[in-house]
Design a binder for this molecule. Sequence first.
Ligand SMILES: *Cc1c(COP(=O)(O)O)cnc(C)c1O
Length: 373
Amino acid sequence: MTRAINFNAGPAALPLPALERAQAELLDFAGSGMSVMEHSHRGKEYEAVHREAQALLRELLKVPESYDVLFLQGGATQEFAQVPLNFLPAGRTADYVITGAWGEKALSEAKACAALGGGAVRVSVSTGRGDGKEKQYTSAPADFAAAPGAAYVHVTSNETIHGVQLASQPGAEFPRCEAPLVADMSSDFLWRPFDVSRFAFIYAGAQKNIGPSGVTVAVAKKDFIAQGRKDLPKIFQYRTHAENDSLYNTPPTFGIYLVRNVLAWVKEQGGLAAMEKANREKARLVYGAVDASGGFYRCPVELQSRSAMNAVFRLRDEKLEEQFVAEAKKQRMVGLKGHRSVGGIRVSLYNAVTVENARVLSSFMAEFARRNG
Ligand SMILES: *Cc1c(COP(=O)(O)O)cnc(C)c1O
C-alpha cells in the first residue's frame, strides 16, 4: 500500500496511527466482539470513549472548569445559524469580523436569524475588496472593537478558502475584545496552544484538523451558554447538549471515537506545543518555496496574515496551474487545487500532514519553477 500525500482542505488527512488504531479495533472493540459503531451510546464501552475524548481535549487545550466541551452535529455551517439563534436576543446587536468566505456565510445566516428574532447584525470590520464573486480577502485585522453592548463578536480565526489567518505570526495573540468573543476555528483548531479564556464560544467542524466529518466540537463558557434563549426547540439550545453531556440524542459515535484517536495521537506527539513547532516548519517550507521563486509563485495574502494551515498561491502564468496539480499528483501529492471560487493552488497543512510531506512539496515546487520559469 502506498499512502497519498494528502493536502486536502477538508475532509483532510488524518494521522496514520489514529487510522491504524481504528483498523486494529474495528471488528472487536475492547474485547466486546463488536465494533464501537455497533455499541449503544448509553453503554459503558462507548461512554469510556466519549469521556476520554472530552478529557483529552480539556487536557490538551487546558480548558478551564468554567467551560463545557460539546460534541455536536450539523457541521460548522449549522453553528452559523445556531449561534445567533441562541445568543442574539431581540433588540441587541451582534458584530461580525469578516476576513473571507466563511465569515460571509456566517454573517448571512446571522442576518436571517436576526430577522426572525428581532436582533440586528453589524459588520464591525471587513477586509474584503471588490464585489460579489470577485471579492478578495488578503488580510486579517490586528485589532477590532465591538459596538457598545454587542451581544457577541464573531470571528473566523482561519479563512480556509482565502488562506487568511487571524494572529498567524509566532507569538501573536488573538485581539482582545470587551464583548463575548465567538470563533469559528474549524480549520485552525488545535494547531497550536491558545488561551481559551479569551473566548465565550469556540466551534470547529472536526474534518479539518481533528477527525472525520460529522462531528463539530464546541468549547463554551458555561455562563454564556446559560444566557442562551430558552424558547427555541430543545435540540437547538446549546444548554440541552451541555446539560446532557452531548448525549441528549445519539451522537456521531464513530466520529467521536476517531476524534479520540486523533487527540491521543496529538498528546503522544507532545501536545499543542509540538504541533505548533511542526506546523510552523511546514509553513516555512511552503511559503519559503513561494518567496524563493523570484515571482514564479506569488501569495496574495499579506505576510502577517498568511495562514499556517492553508497556504494559497498563484503561478505567474496561471495557465501552468493545471499542469502543476497534475504533475504533483503523479508524485502522489493530492488536494492542491484551490477552492473553485478563487482558483490557484491551496496547500492545506493540518496537523496530520508531516514535515516530510511539506519538504517533498517544497522541493517539487522549486524543481517545477526551474523547469517552467
Ligand atoms: C469547512 C469550514 C466550514 C464549513 O464546515 P461544514 O462542516 O461543511 O459545515 C466553516 N467554517 C470554516 C472556517 C471552514 O473551514
